[in-house]
Design a protein around this ligand. Structure first.
Ligand code: THU
Length: 132
């Protein structure tokens, strides 16, 4: 079942993306385990590699808000293909994922696919790997 607040936040963020180079708008919205919401959009830069993804913006907002556990994340974009998180964003989401985390890939009108963290990034390296 779709979370209408997450859907609305992802869409608002997508519409605000700063994408003068790719013109590819992406929005991301997070619901934390504690029930709080955060969102972010992609922000491009004339020095292309300095651009940041929507997921990174939403994660930065979450950390600033004092949260560190993602329950659900919606990633929204347009086009014929699924807007699946890039490799770097998979690792960024992984840092704050739990067994229950679900990643929902969305078009502007619906959830197209829902994935577990392990489906999105199998055999991942996370904080537990650093535990002594
Ligand atoms: N983009 C994201 O925001 N998230 C992803 O996971 C994939 C790519 C953005 C980066 C860039 O601004 C645009 O989409 C085209 O790559």
């Amino acid at each position: 079942m779709e979370n209408s607040e997450l859907f609305k936040l992802a869409k608002e963020a997508m519409d605000k993306a700063y994408v003068p180079y790719s013109h590819f708008h992406v929005g991301a919205a997070i619901l934390t385990v504690g029930g709080k919401y955060y969102s972010g959009c992609n922000v491009e830069n004339a020095a292309y590699p300095e651009g940041t993804c929507a997921e990174a913006g939403a994660i930065a907002a979450m950390v600033l808000g004092g949260d560190a556990q993602i329950q659900d994340i919606y990633v929204m974009g347009k086009g014929d293909l699924l807007v699946t998180p890039c490799g770097g964003c998979r690792q960024k989401i992984r840092e704050f994922a739990t067994e229950q985390t679900r990643i929902h890939i969305c078009s502007p009108t619906q959830i197209q696919k829902t994935l577990t963290m392990d489906e999105l990034l199998p055999l991942s390296f996370g904080p537990e790997n650093l535990a002594k």
